[in-house]
Write a protein that binds this ligand. Structure first.
Ligand code: FES
Ligand SMILES: [Fe+2]
Length: 422
């Protein structure tokens, strides 16, 4: 369990909070590139760490990230016109470039006035099919962390965003919790479960396709420059060999989950204390399509996913679409990895109070997430540098392999110990 106070420190991310101060030291995804599909397309309203912004793509294709409300008298720029190298407020026509330069102020046409002004704009860039922004103190702007998926050929990569109405930490903890995979995702992890037979799932894209039906994995954890990595060791038919599933936690909310032939990089970006944008990036050495991933995640059903707004739409209003009849054959009565994960996260409530939980050894990686984040928050409060700023993460990945007794699990992914600054 976690004290109520520590729970608050970890979960609250708004301006002026300790957790918010930590989060404001990193670059964050703010939308997918596909959400800004062409120059001068419609802008998007973005909620990030409890504050509102607008993101847009200008005539040259460059992305800009500004405070949502116009600096003149506060109309929303998310309603604005994007044209001729900037975004123009509807109210009185003030126009701003991606860097925040005030290009025109039609109701006060003196150019010297505009030249003196600067709109609140933030560093923004586009990498790996995602638009990223930094909203922290400019003097502390970190180098940009480079993930392996950013080097992937576009045909071998899918980027999805799923907005889920609960606190980010619930979703992060689900991702660092190997023991839930064989239970919550039973139908994908252990397809023969009804007959008490273990039939491995042949789908090489499915991250819940386990190579063992051991429900009580032994966890081992090691701290790294990016946060930590841990292994879940499961028994196999050969007593000298165990199945080893290694997953990294990248401060402040990242993970990589292994599928047999692909990697799932997942970033749980806090919109505010009770809303999260989950970015799921799938990449590998072979082509993969958005349709395949959407189906695998269970998001091809409009009951669960609004593709236009990237929003997970099921709720208690319809008991998450759970089908009790289906549960004779299907563990959850739901369908798809993300539908199951998001539903469980939402079922914990908008912001779960961990002071009433009962932990077991299989929850060790969840506990480590909290410890690493609390320590990082403490460092920021003491004006020290938090971990994982500006790293070269190209050597960081996840794996699911067989491990003979006497072999070090850390040697499965040697890049984790070698990770250094970008
Ligand atoms: S409020 Fe935006 S131009 Fe006046
Ligand atoms: Fe899961």
């Amino acid at each position: 369990m976690l004290s109520h106070n520590d729970n608050e420190i970890l979960c609250r991310v708004g301006p002026g909070t300790p957790g918010g101060a930590l989060m404001r030291r990193y670059w964050h995804p703010v939308c997918t590139s596909a959400q800004l599909p062409h120059p001068d397309c419609a802008p998007l309203r973005v909620r990030l760490l409890g504050e509102n912004y607008v993101v847009f793509r200008d005539t040259e294709g460059k992305v800009g990230f500004l405070e949502e409300l116009c600096m003149h008298r506060g109309a929303s720029l998310a309603l604005g016109r994007v044209e001729e190298g900037g975004i123009r407020c509807l109210y009185h026509g003030w126009k701003f470039s991606v860097s925040g330069a005030v290009m025109e102020t039609p109701n006060h046409a003196d150019p010297k006035y505009a030249a003196r002004m600067k709109a609140p704009a933030f560093p923004a860039r586009e990498e790996g099919g995602i638009v990223w922004a930094y909203v922290g103190p400019l003097e502390l702007l970190p180098a940009f962390s480079h993930y392996a998926f950013m080097d992937s050929a576009p045909n071998n990569r899918v980027v999805l965003r799923v907005n889920v109405a609960c606190n980010y930490l619930q979703l992060v903890e689900g991702g660092e919790d190997s023991s839930h995979v064989g239970v919550l995702h039973t139908n994908m992890a252990r397809p023969g479960w009804k007959d008490d037979e273990f039939t491995p799932n042949p789908d090489v894209v499915n991250p819940a396709a386990l190579a063992s039906n051991d429900l009580e994995p032994a966890l081992k954890i090691e701290d790294t420059a990016f946060g930590f990595h841990y292994v879940a060791l499961r028994k196999t038919a050969d007593p000298r060999v165990r199945n080893a599933r290694v997953v990294p936690f990248i401060v402040p909310y990242g993970r990589i989950i292994p599928a047999p032939a692909f990697q799932f990089t997942v970033l749980e970006v806090p919109e505010d204390d009770t809303h999260t944008s989950t970015y799921i990036v799938v990449h590998g050495d072979a082509p993969v399509t958005e349709e395949k991933i959407i189906e695998l995640l269970g998001l091809n059903d409009p009951k669960y996913y609004d593709r236009k707004n990237c929003t997970f739409s099921a709720s208690w209003m319809d008991t998450f679409g759970q089908n009790r009849e289906l549960m004779k054959e299907n563990w959850t009565g739901l369908r798809g990895v993300e539908v199951e994960d998001a539903t469980i996260g939402l079922s914990q409530g908008p912001l779960y109070d961990r002071s009433r939980e009962h932990l077991v050894p299989a929850d060790q990686a969840v506990v480590r997430v909290r410890r690493v984040l609390l320590d990082a928050i403490k460092r920021v409060m003491e004006n020290r540098q938090p971990p994982a700023l500006g790293l070269d993460l190209r050597g960081v990945s996840a794996c699911d392999r067989q491990l003979e007794d006497g072999t070090a699990w850390q040697d499965l992914l040697p890049g984790h110990r070698q990770t250094v600054t970008a």
